[in-house]
Design a protein around this ligand. Structure first.
Ligand code: PLP
Length: 399
């Protein structure tokens, strides 16, 4: 026991010395009714430029109202898994509405995107088969592939030719090609049409995890596929989350009826877990309505993205090439991102440093995210503060 505890301390000290130890920020409150944009942290009000609440829905009164009504009607907990007695009317209706929203036959609700990815890869690939993933895929896709026991190959980021190399080595056994739609730490988009062509040629499943695209990317919020003009039939397995642009919690897989039936029978992270609370499903239903009816949220966000990029690049801030709400500032070293995070906090902004292993070594960054809840004035003040914080800090790739 004693030795084990020492080993933990040693590893924690190593993380601390390498500036890789992570610390949580407690949001003590929110300074603006109905909005998450202003956080209270250690008694100070900060503008939050790190959330995934892209449409500004997490504290929307329609979501909280739907949640309250469902809690009054159905209670807090689901009390069982979906296949026993935990599946309720709110879950069922949300699944039908998600299928309609994504233009697919069926959708299956999961408690989180992490669990959805474990489910999908574990159900569609296994020992003796090959899974081909983008190198920068979300950790849950990678963990799903590892847990499946399949032979995992990771291709160079967003490079369909590199993916083809791994598929063509062993097309017989390639079961699945997987990618984020919008990359979570980079904000760029996968080459979905090329990957779809490759998957079709190899007879493999194509899985697109559009956690950061659905609801927010594309004129109608249809995600990466809408943005790129890719038909839903080209992507047989679509994964979405409800805790990001939809401001709620949970996730789903959308596809043909046979796929959804199969996952319902086989996916262990679906079967062996309690159904998420019905009030949460009710909030997601409300979010889906607001996301579709209030197109101004995407229009306003698009304008803020353009404004942020113009101003930040004008101040010499090293932005990555991203057109989405995820705008990484590539500083390279752990020391530089932590210093920049502190400087921004002093200026009234919460922008969290993202370090390895979340991103590859040497590519630490500030992950700035913009949301429909931000104002032009907040974005302008952020870019001024970023310009100052980045002056004198090392550029991309610095040690
Ligand atoms: C956030 C995220 C997930 C995990 O979703 P949760 O519902 O938060 O568990 C999965 N995939 C991608 C690409 C993500 O960004």
């Amino acid at each position: 026991m004693k030795r084990a505890a020492h080993a933990l301390e040693a590893e924690l000290s190593r993380l601390e010395a390498a500036q890789l130890r992570r610390r949580r920020i407690t949001a003590e409150g929110f300074a603006e009714p109905g909005s998450r944009a202003l956080l209270t942290v250690r008694g100070r009000t900060l503008v939050d430029f790190s959330s995934n609440d892209y449409l500004g829905l997490a504290r929307h009164p329609a979501l909280a109202g739907a949640m309250r009504a469902a809690a009054d009607a159905a209670g807090a907990g689901s009390a069982a898994s979906h296949l026993v007695t935990g599946h309720g009317a709110e879950h069922q209706q949300l699944e039908e509405e998600l299928a309609a929203f994504t233009g697919r036959a069926r959708a299956l609700l999961f408690s989180s995107g992490y669990m959805a990815n474990l489910a999908v890869i574990g159900a569609l690939a296994g020992r003796g088969e090959r899974v081909v993933l983008d190198r920068l895929s979300h950790a849950s896709l990678i963990d799903g592939a590892r847990l499946s026991g399949a032979d995992l190959r990771r291709y160079a980021h967003a490079d369909a030719r590199a993916a083809a190399h791994f598929v063509d080595e062993d097309p017989e056994h390639t079961a699945l090609i997987g990618t984020d739609g919008v990359f979570s730490m980079d904000g760029d988009l996968a080459p979905v049409a090329e990957l779809a062509q490759l998957a079709r040629r190899a007879g493999a499943w194509l899985v697109v995890d559009d956690a950061h695209g659905l609801g927010v990317v594309g004129a109608g919020g249809g995600g990466t596929l809408e943005e790129q003009g890719v038909e839903s039939s080209e992507v047989p397995v679509l994964i979405g989350t409800l805790g990001k642009a939809f401001g709620s919690f949970g996730a789903f897989v959308a596809g043909e009826a046979a796929l959804i039936d199969y996952l319902t029978q086989k996916a262990r992270s679906y079967i062996y877990t309690t159904a998420l609370p019905q009030p949460v499903a009710a909030a997601s239903r409300a979010a889906l309505k607001v996301a579709q009816s209030e197109g101004w949220r995407r229009t306003h966000l698009t304008a803020l993205i353009g404004r942020f990029r113009r101003r930040a690049l004008g101040c010499g801030v090293p932005l990555a090439a991203s057109g989405t709400a995820i705008q990484p500032v590539m500083l390279g070293s752990e020391a530089a991102v932590l210093a920049a995070q502190r400087a921004l906090e002093a200026a009234g902004f919460c922008v969290v440093a993202i370090r390895p292993p979340t991103v590859p070594p040497g590519s630490a960054r500030l992950r700035v995210t913009l949301t429909a809840a931000h104002t032009e004035a907040q974005v302008d003040r952020l870019t001024d503060a970023l310009g100052e914080a980045c002056t004198g800090l090392a550029g991309p790739g610095a040690a």
